[in-house]
Write a protein that binds this ligand. Structure first.
Ligand code: ROI
Length: 160
């Protein structure tokens, strides 16, 4: 069986965000049934949504895995818990967010999981790091990631 290609968005803005993201990238390499991990650079990004919170560190990783989408989601949520995820309010600060963005070219509509991630096409902090590691990637609907990312290149996003 061929491994599946899954893209994961990482974000943190409290409790040493850079460390949180690096720690999570390391943890991804140890996921079961997962062979290969490739990560973007880390980016500092201004918060989307409420502005009265610290800047985020964001990154995107590609993993090659034999985990199913829901098994992968379970693993990501377990990692979030392991890094003692704190989330005081919706759209508020968090120690670690791991979003399953894409899984091959699957479209998944499930009570626990929507893939592609429904917000990703208008979030610079996802699109810019994603385009860095996957410049020729397309969304399942045929939209080019590179094309989407271009609009967000200069909006409050800085590689560390
Ligand atoms: N803003 C940025 N810049 N990065 C994030 O990861 C992020 N995550 C969120 C909200 C609160 C929407 N804003 C964000 O969940």
């Amino acid at each position: 069986m061929m491994a599946h290609h899954a893209y994961i968005g990482l974000g943190s803005n409290i409790e040493h965000p850079q460390h949180q993201v690096l720690q999570a990238l390391k943890a991804l390499q140890h996921l079961p049934l997962t062979t290969h991990v490739q990560a973007s650079r880390l980016y500092a990004s201004r918060p989307i949504g409420p502005q009265d919170q610290p800047d985020f560190i964001n990154a995107v990783a590609l993993i090659e895995t034999h985990l199913s989408p829901l098994a992968l989601l379970d693993q990501l949520q377990a990692l979030e818990q392991r890094q003692r995820r704190v989330r005081q309010r919706r759209w508020g600060p968090r120690t670690l967010d791991l979003d399953l963005l894409l899984y091959d070219d699957n479209v998944i509509v499930h009570p626990r999981l929507l893939v592609p991630h429904p917000e990703m096409h208008r979030r610079g902090f996802v699109l810019v790091p994603l385009a860095e590691i996957a410049p020729t990637l397309y969304l399942p609907d045929g939209t080019s990631i590179a094309h989407l990312a271009k609009k967000y290149r200069d909006v409050g996003l800085k590689p560390l």
